[in-house]
Ligand binder design. Structure first.
Ligand SMILES: C[S@@+](CC[C@H](N)C(=O)[O-])C[C@H]1O[C@@H](n2cnc3c(N)ncnc32)[C@H](O)[C@@H]1O
Length: 369
């Protein structure tokens, strides 16, 4: 297995055009030598953002064959980091145009499913499968790709709220759809605070094709590492620019806002972070006022994170250049998945791949027509 740093250095070299690197995939997926420590597999990165999945899966032997992300700024970062511009709107993608892959990864936006639409169609005597249940949503496009490409493994990531969203209907529909597609579905809410100094709960959904792995693949979600929890202060820059310090006006406003909410019994306000603890969740709206993760400063108003600190808080290495504006950088990091959590979940998936490859003995999980 490569460390995140080694993997990043190798892809950055490739992104910059230096292809004199040994390529583990040069002669296909069945390389015998590194298999004991390194199980090469291929994946696609949907709703790719800035590639949190790309980094996490790349470190454990994954090679990205295809990416899809429509935001121009995220595409710019993706190009700088991985040397490729993701395909745009997923709604315009023909699933058949996507290469065969072992694993489909997607951190998709959460949307409600219209039940009304289903009943109307049902009453007209039409099919009541996932297509009717999910039509018009972004998840529908993931399900359609799964149906056509049948990746052996699927990893989805979303906000924890997915489980309760729309009176739990959203999650019930997603799970039912994946099961209808003949996948075994595992899910767990994982707090990234075991890997980075940030409270960040996200649901990870890991699915295995029953036609490949059977009904009981031996999958378990990872436990957080046993090492001591990283402290928030470890991600701080030494000399941040003074522009990140809150103005008197904004700091007064945030304090007054917090007071008025406290008086109404609401706990919401700014989050002054304990430097020896962990921060609140970095959101995609951080660029607005930065109030959820503020850094206390002696004798001065608190400051917000610099973009580099936001990157570190998510576990993105310093070797990755930030190539967009501060606003876009905060949005990108606040939207991203923590690569180290992906890596940990991916390692557990790789155990199942190894188990299955041993059973098959032909070194290939994909069904070839
Ligand atoms: C939660 S973010 C995923 C972030 C990603 N996991 C990462 O590590 O950066 C969801 C992404 O889906 C993208 N997106 C939303 N609708 C899309 C569409 N129709 N086609 C392609 N991408 C879309 C958004 O621009 C956003 O970057």
């Amino acid at each position: 297995m490569m460390s995140q740093k080694e993997f990043l250095l190798s892809i950055l070299r490739e992104a910059k055009g230096d292809r004199n690197q040994p390529d583990l995939f040069e002669s296909g997926r069945n390389l015998a030598a590194p298999a004991a420590v390194y199980t090469p597999f291929t994946f696609i990165d949907l709703f790719a953002g800035i590639g949190g999945f790309h980094i996490g899966l790349g470190c454990i032997g994954g090679r990205c064959l295809y990416s899809c992300e429509w935001d121009k700024h995220a595409q710019k970062t993706y190009k700088a980091w991985f040397g490729e511009v993701p395909v745009g709107d997923i709604r315009e993608v023909d699933p058949k145009s996507i290469p065969d892959h072992d694993l489909l990864a997607a951190g998709f936006p959460c949307q409600p499913f219209s039940i009304a639409g289903v009943s109307k169609k049902k009453s007209l005597g039409r099919e009541h499968g996932f297509k009717d249940k999910t039509q018009g949503t972004l998840f529908f496009h993931i399900a359609s790709i799964i149906e056509v490409k049948r990746p052996p493994v699927v990893i989805l990531e979303n906000v924890k709220n997915l489980l309760s969203h729309d009176k739990k209907r959203t999650w019930q529909t997603i799970k039912a759809t994946l099961e209808e597609l003949d996948y075994v579905v595992f899910h767990k809410v994982i707090d990234a605070s075991g890997w980075v100094p940030q409270h960040r709960e996200r649901i990870f959904i890991v699915c295995f094709d029953k036609q490949v792995f059977g009904a009981n693949p031996p999958f378990q979600f990872p436990d957080p590492p046993k090492s001591e929890q990283q402290k928030f202060r470890s991600i701080l820059e030494r000399k941040p620019d003074s522009k990140y310090t809150l103005s008197d006006h904004l700091w007064d406003y945030l304090q007054r806002y917090a007071e008025s909410h406290k008086a109404k019994g609401n706990g919401f306000g700014f989050g002054l972070t304990d430097l020896d603890g962990i921060s609140r969740t970095l959101s995609a709206r951080y660029y607005k006022d930065g109030s959820e993760v503020l850094i206390p400063q002696k004798g001065n108003n608190p400051r917000r994170l610099t973009p580099r600190e936001a990157a570190r808080l998510m576990g993105f290495e310093d070797s990755l250049d930030i190539v967009v504006s501060d606003t876009q950088a905060y949005r990108q990091f606040g939207n991203a998945v923590v690569p180290k959590v992906v890596e940990a979940v991916g390692q557990q998936v790789v155990q199942v791949l190894k188990w299955q490859l041993q059973q098959r003995g032909n070194g290939c999980l994909l069904k070839r027509s």
